[in-house]
Design a protein around this ligand. Structure first.
Ligand code: PMP
Ligand code: GLN
Length: 414
């Protein structure tokens, strides 16, 4: 194995995915819905598959199927408030994952620094390292709250002086994720403005992972950092059809930004993936076209999804609180992070040998209680992993009956 991959072990997704196959727990681990996507979305793919258009089963344009980049251009031009060119400012990728990979790989010279906010979606770190860059970490820290009431993801904040101290002349980019996986933090316009000002001061890029852009809970609103003054020209924004339309298995994503920056992603993409599956792109394009006719209506799936998720979030938060865990109420996304250590006396972690306690607890829960969550230390750099040893993440984009079953498993155990 080349040195650049040597620091990277088996990812938490592969490890816990395998555990789920072996132990068949109720799975609130990896983030994916266990209920059907909107019928028109799967029907669009069925129509493409059974239709009589032979070219929809052949290679399509390498940087994105024309019908899809046109749809993305129309939607994001409106959301960003400027014309976004379908052919030079958008790239369609193999999931948001490949958008991140092409973006990081296409912008890294040896020693370039990438500021990463902890907890972070785990792939940012190996992608920066494999590209020859240097991750520079800054943790969100829970505010010391005076009340003993529930905490929310808004209580997890950046220390502004600490953030400013991470920028220097080697900084290539900051990687932002809002709403944030795993905490569900939705960065406010003020927080984003602070980040934007530092990017401008140090002339850095901003890689903005917005795959959960449609999942925010009242009164929180998703703000796209590319809309802030002076940010379009330095921001690459990343999205995911898997998250947007509840079809994570389709693995289709995109990146958009100014043409000069997008050229760098294209080079990586054309020499790796080259082009994404045509039928999937066509079906996603048709789905966007439908939703764009009703963007302001509650029937639009982009609005409906948060309304579907909010009661699920509340149910899971209550169930976790009820058995004594301390959940952090998320403002967005579809995960709840909870402090499980009030239950420490009820668990026997001695059979597990993992270095970090959160790993041992998540494995205990999968194997003995039949419930899978994801440990949170993989979302931290090695020196900061102890910050997560009390934490576990649960996914709540699940059928009500499965969330109820999860609550029951926890109740029966306690
Ligand atoms: N970024 C974040 C924050 C994620 O949670 C995920 C997982 N969906 C991805 C990127 C990757 O998305 P995709 O499945 O479209 O590759
Ligand atoms: N984003 C999902 C999660 O955090 C899936 C992880 C992945 O795609 N590797 O659970």
């Amino acid at each position: 194995l080349p040195d650049r991959y040597k620091t990277v072990g088996n990812s938490v997704w592969n490890e816990f995915g395998q555990l789920a196959i072996e132990h068949k727990p109720l799975n609130l681990g990896q983030g994916f819905p266990d209920f059907p996507a909107p019928a028109y979305v799967t029907k669009a793919l069925a129509d493409v598959a059974s239709g009589q258009e032979p070219l929809l089963h052949q290679y399509t344009r390498g940087f994105g199927h024309v019908r899809l980049v046109n749809a993305l251009s129309k939607l994001y031009s409106k959301l960003i408030g400027r014309p976004i060119d379908a052919f030079s400012e958008i790239l369609v990728t193999s999931g948001a994952y490949e958008a991140l990979f092409s973006c990081i790989g296409g912008h890294t010279r040896p020693g370039d620094e990438f500021i990463i906010i902890e907890p972070f979606f785990d792939c940012y770190e190996p992608m920066v390292l494999a590209a020859g860059g240097k991750p520079v970490y800054i943790p969100l820290r829970p505010k010391s709250t005076t009340s003993s009431g529930p905490t929310t993801s808004a209580d997890w904040v950046l220390d502004l002086n600490e953030l400013a101290s991470k920028f220097n002349s080697n900084t290539k980019a900051i990687i932002l994720n809002t709403p944030l996986n795993p905490l569900g933090k939705v960065f406010t316009k003020e927080e984003l403005t602070t980040i934007a000002n530092l990017c401008k001061k140090w002339n850095t890029l901003c890689i903005s992972d917005e795959v959960y852009e449609w999942m925010t809970y009242k009164p929180n609103k998703h703000v796209r950092i590319a809309t802030l003054p002076g940010m379009w020209e330095r921001t690459i924004t990343i999205g995911s059809a898997g998250k947007t339309f509840s079809v994570t298995g389709w693995k289709l994503g995109w990146a958009y930004g100014p043409a000069k920056l997008m050229e760098n992603l294209r080079i990586v993409h054309q020499n790796c993936v080259y082009t994404c599956p045509t039928p999937i792109q066509e079906a996603v394009a048709r789905s966007f076209e439908l939703e764009m006719t009703r963007l302001d209506s509650p029937d639009c799936f982009f609005n409906e999804i948060s309304a579907i998720l909010e009661p699920k979030r509340d149910f899971l938060v209550n169930a976790l609180t009820h058995i004594g865990m301390k959940p952090v109420i998320p403002e967005g996304g579809y995960f709840v992070v909870a402090d499980w250590t009030p239950l420490e006396n009820s668990v026997n972690l001695s059979k597990e040998t993992d270095k970090y306690k959160d790993y041992r607890f998540a494995k205990f829960l999968t194997k003995n209680i039949g419930l899978q969550g994801i440990p949170v230390s993989p979302f931290y750099s090695e020196p900061d992993k102890p910050l997560a040893s009390n934490l576990i993440r649960f996914c709540f984009i699940k059928k009500d009956e499965n969330l109820q079953q999860a609550a029951k498993l926890l109740r029966d155990w306690k």
